[in-house]
Design a protein around this ligand. Sequence first.
Ligand SMILES: Nc1ncnc2c1ncn2[C@@H]1O[C@H](COP(=O)(O)OP(=O)(O)OP(=O)(O)O)[C@@H](O)[C@H]1O
Ligand SMILES: [Mg+2]
Length: 221
Amino acid sequence: MIILVGSHKGGVGKSTIYIHILMCLILRSGKRVAALECDDQHSVKDWLEDRRAQGIQPDVDYYECYHDIPAMARKLDKKYDIVLLDAPGRRSPEFSKCLAVADLFISLVNPSAQIEINTLGLMVADVFQYQASVNKGLKAVLVMNKCDTHPSDIDASSFRKDIEADQENWIPVARQRLYQRKSYYRSYNEGLSVHEFNDRKGNQARGEIEMLLRELELLAA
Ligand SMILES: Nc1ncnc2c1ncn2[C@@H]1O[C@H](COP(=O)(O)OP(=O)(O)OP(=O)(O)O)[C@@H](O)[C@H]1O
Ligand SMILES: [Mg+2]
């Protein structure tokens, strides 16, 4: 299975959430997992180099490819159960190639950030176009990231409600939210994932990633 974490917008949290999904799958799913970096900004590679320099185990089966991404992803897909792609945060040729080959596209959006929400229309149009032509099996899901932890905040619930009211023009939104938490970047900063990181909030982030992967049927319930 080939999974893309991507968006048309930069900075939504793709690479950060990517490494947490990656390590959760490696540590908890029992599946053979490969990381395929397709973003020449190398956020995943930088994190892995830091991890390797510190001798942190387990190591990650890491590959990179910036040109013939579909061929490389398909080749890895024969050897691994899951191939996880990180694409650049713009509507780039690399992103298009990833979308052409992915079985599942996970996109992130901050439901409080109109500047991110504004990019979704074109992205959803791209998904529909690929589903109607070169990638009929493509599934896509929007995951709300950096959600406000304040109990009175309603942005995430109203965003989801708006999309559900207009389902046929959107891709589905996952029920599980990822909140704005320091542990997501503090663990990255140390070459770790939230699954290997303990601070007061680390357990909550870990729970969010696990629940999301269960909802997406990537982890057993
Ligand atoms: N859930 C979260 N809680 C707190 N901070 C987050 C969260 N998700 C991402 N971030 C922060 O948001 C910033 C952007 O994240 P990241 O670089 O992973 O985004 P990206 O989408 O990969 O960007 P690019 O488009 O440049 O590749 C980083 O500072 C990261 O630490
Ligand atoms: Mg990135």
